[in-house]
Design a protein around this ligand. Structure first.
Ligand code: ACO
Length: 331
């Protein structure tokens, strides 16, 4: 049976490193609070001249090089992000322009922290049906320019960072390899538990000078509510993938959860009764990069030798929507 396999992976992070001590200078927070509640010590923020499609392009080129492919081989671009370079069109088109492959379809996926796994599932279907042989899937975010960098927004703004990760997904005739299963879920009842309320097209007009003086334009999170649902849904969706494939938790070489918050990752590790070293974490260095966090983590795990040929890896996400998802891949 034909399967889809990640044959190239790469990541790119903006150069500007923001420490917790830098945040202490612009809002009432402390390194101790941020490390204790989130595990984050540094994150990357873009600087003038960086663009969302530019971060994605750099990550994509690394993934293409690893896969031994060029941009001309790509038959579909899937672009997972909360944002685009501009209000519209979607970021996939800006990335396609940089890759200089006019005519190739570019699809945007706006599922926040689950965006990469939603994209992985879409790529899997297109490849399994034989429609495409080579798909580029990118998760990329610039979040730092949209955060409330005052004390009012400190609960959210200390968590998020910028970055991009990319995967080249290709067809294989080996049904034991590649993407073995994917599982997608959403629950829109909780959309306003982690969201940015405005600007909204439901307002007339959507943008006013008065609106810019309110906190409605910034991301908001009911932290404890999100935490409670995340620690329930992560194990649930990982177990769903294990049951579908007939695998046990002990069969997995590595779990890569979306890098939401170290306390969430530790709670999942505890609930699944799995050794801590089998659950990947890099949130300490990059914070929460939303759709980019899983491909950045896969790329680093490959670089560190934690994912090798035939490794069995479970990917899992939970985030705004709410959306949650999982996949099991054999590398
Ligand atoms: N620095 C210092 N103090 C802060 C900060 C900050 N950055 N942010 C909030 N505080 C203060 C609050 O104002 C509050 O002060 P008060 O007691 O005087 O009112 C105090 O810290 C405790 O606030 P809580 O919101 O009750 O803190 P909590 O213990 O819930 O921790 C946190 C907040 C870390 C967000 C927690 O709810 C959490 O871990 N939530 C999980 C959600 C999450 O991390 N999501 C990641 C993004 S979503 C995703 O990717 C799934």
């Amino acid at each position: 049976m034909r399967n889809a396999q990640i044959t190239g992976i790469g990541h790119y992070l903006p150069e500007r490193v923001i420490t917790n001590f830098d945040l202490e200078k612009i809002m009432d927070t402390s390194n101790e609070w941020i490390v204790g509640r989130t595990g984050i010590r540094t994150r990357r923020w873009v600087q003038h001249g960086d663009t969302l499609s530019g971060l994605a392009y750099n990550a994509a080129n690394k993934a293409l090089a690893m896969a031994g492919k060029t941009a001309e081989d790509i038959q579909l671009i899937l672009f997972a992000s909360m944002a685009s370079d501009h209000a519209f069109p979607g970021g996939g088109c800006f990335l396609q322009d940089k890759l200089q492959i006019p005519g190739v379809p570019a699809m945007d996926i706006r599922n926040a922290c689950s965006g990469f796994l939603y994209g992985l599932s879409v790529a899997d279907q297109f490849i399994k049906t034989g429609k495409y042989d080579t798909v580029l899937l990118v998760g990329a975010e610039i979040q730092s320019t949209s955060l409330d960098l005052t004390t009012r927004g400190r609960d959210v703004s200390v968590i998020f960072g910028d970055g991009a990760g990319a995967a080249v997904i290709t067809a294989t005739d080996n049904s034991d390899k590649g993407i073995l299963t994917t599982h997608l879920h959403a629950d829109g009842r909780y959309a306003n538990k982690l969201w940015a309320d405005a600007p909204s097209v439901n307002d007339h007009p959507p943008l006013t000078k008065e609106l810019l003086d309110t906190d409605r334009i910034f991301p908001k999170m009911e932290g404890r509510f999100v935490f409670k649902h995340a620690v329930e849904k992560f194990p649930e969706v990982i177990n769903e993938a294990l049951q579908t494939t007939g695998l046990g938790i002990g069969d997995l070489d590595l779990i890569i959860p979306h890098q939401a918050n170290l306390r969430i990752t530790e709670a999942i590790t505890h609930q699944l009764k799995i050794a801590g070293e089998k659950v990947f974490s890099n949130i300490e260095r990059y914070g929460n990069t939303t759709a980019a966090s899983i491909p950045i983590a896969i790329s680093e795990a490959v670089d560190q030798g934690l994912i090798k040929k035939d490794s069995l890896v479970c990917l899992a996400s939970f985030g705004s929507g709410f959306t949650w998802a999982s996949a099991i891949i054999r590398w």
